[in-house]
Design a protein around this ligand. Structure first.
Ligand code: LLP
Length: 436
């Protein structure tokens, strides 16, 4: 998919660049991003809104992969940006992202984080709970600044995905409950505050969702509430934000819609509700993360040791694992992979791809058909662009990989590989002495 191909050397090529050359140049594990594919996804979302003449903001959920370069790429494409922590906000500001298009999420923003957002005068804070609302009011009063906000609500939707990435159900740590009076109370309190400007409402029902039903249901619930808020509180929403969560195809078994098709169904539902409740047409905001960068990312590993468990399986180990991709261990996520340096060879065996961490659960793929892999061969795991590098960690003190962007035959290093020195940079030596 994307700009992937096989070159005359039988190597996997992305963006017109030989991935094996990149592995030699930058080492492995290596994250490679197909920039053209990211641009294409971003434009497809925007085109869908344009086609329906709906005013919109497409905010990249930077938790999926936050670095200076990706933030700058999203800015080039005219997207907005969703950040969920002081660290992601700091990255966005350091990247020079236009502050008015930054939206700040999170269920436990600290006072320091809120202050950062107020001082930077970012476009919008998505307020999650009463504690935050109170803190924000005080901060804005002190700074004599009026902050635009959205109220995040939980619409009570059970989207079908892994439990750990479900977020819209009633029993969730996120947002004001839409049905038990919490959301109404939040609106009243926010409207009563002179330093807060309520732009509208937000919900996010989950992640890696394969059909549009949940989004359509959530849209309906938000508009029913907006009709009530108009009647009871004379409140008109300028913005309705339906979050992210559009699924992508990791393996042949996955059958998601094309990303922009989720949006089309959302738009249709918005139109129906606007008409039936006689509401003014709000701006529609969405927050895709995975569907913008997920399938644009590929990880290249070097193959090392092998272990046979007779009559059970062949373990083939790579030089990374849960330290650069924790998703299989955490969510039983499935991936597909190939030998990037032997693309024309036929598959001869089914192997289990093991990571190098000291943890039995550190397996990347359980049953992968491959040519007979030798030490020194390169494994390319596909669709690692979202929540891969973002969730990378230093377990076993493994340095985090480098990240390269490729486009039109050119490669550019955008995150350097961590060094051993980086690993101990924050460590301090022991001061206490052994007592005699
Ligand atoms: N907006 C909000 C409020 C969110 O909580 C999320 C994701 C998104 C947008 C973006 O969702 P996306 O379009 O990427 O599905 N680490 C997990 C995914 C966690 C998603 C958390 N929230 C994984 O690796 O699958």
């Amino acid at each position: 998919h994307g700009t992937m191909g096989i070159n005359e050397r039988g190597h996997l090529e992305i963006g017109g660049v030989d991935t094996i050359d990149l592995a030699h140049l930058y080492g492995t594990p290596l994250y490679i991003y197909d920039v053209a594919l990211i641009r294409e996804r971003a434009r497809a979302f925007k085109r869908m809104f344009d086609k329906h003449r709906v005013r919109a903001q497409v905010a990249y959920a930077s938790k999926a992969f936050s670095t200076i370069a990706i933030v700058q790429l999203m800015e080039q494409e005219g997207l907005s940006l969703d950040v969920v922590s002081g660290g992601e906000l700091y990255t966005a500001l350091a990247a020079g992202f236009p502050v008015e298009r930054i939206h700040f999420h999170g269920n436990n923003k600290s006072e320091e984080e809120l202050q950062m957002a107020v001082e930077a005068k970012i476009g919008c804070i998505v307020v999650d709970n009463f504690y935050e609302l109170e803190m924000l009011q005080q901060l804005c009063r002190t700074h004599k600044y009026t902050m635009p906000i959205l109220l995040r609500v939980t619409p009570g939707i059970e989207a079908h995905t892994h439990d750990y990435i479900l977020t819209g159900q009633e029993d969730s740590k996120f947002g004001f409950d839409l049905h038990n009076g919490q959301a109404d109370e939040a609106l009243q309190r926010a409207l009563a505050s002179s330093h807060i400007h309520v732009l509208g409402i937000h919900c996010h029902i989950g992640s890696q969702i394969f059909d549009a039903t949940g989004f359509v249901l959530a849209t309906k619930k938000l508009f029913e509430k907006l009709a009530i808020w108009r009647d009871m509180h004379h409140f008109t929403a300028k913005v309705v934000n339906l979050g992210g969560g559009f699924g992508i195809r990791y393996t042949k078994e996955d059958d998601p819609l094309a990303p922009e098709q989720y949006v089309e169904q959302i738009i249709e539902e918005v139109k129906r509700n606007v008409a039936s409740f006689h509401l003014p047409f709000p701006e529609i905001w969405i927050e895709p993360g995975r569907s913008l960068v997920g399938d644009a990312g590929t990880t290249i590993y070097t193959i090392g040791s092998r272990k046979e468990v007779p009559n059970v399986r062949q373990y083939v180990a790579v030089d990374g694992g849960m330290s650069d991709n924790i998703r299989p261990a955490l969510y039983e996520a499935k991936y597909e992979a190939v030998l990037a340096n032997r693309m024309h060879d036929h598959c001869e065996e089914v192997v289990a791809i093991a990571g190098k961490c000291c943890e039995s659960g550190d397996m990347l793929i359980w049953d992968l058909p491959l040519p007979k892999a030798q030490p020194g061969d390169y494994l390319a795991v596909f669709c690692t662009g979202a929540y891969g590098y973002a969730m990378a960690n230093n377990y076993n003190r493994i340095p985090r990989p480098a990240v390269v962007f490729v486009e039109d035959g050119e490669a550019q290093l955008v995150v350097k590989r961590e060094t051993y020195e980086d690993l101990i940079r924050l460590d301090l030596p022991l001061k206490t002495k052994v007592k005699k």
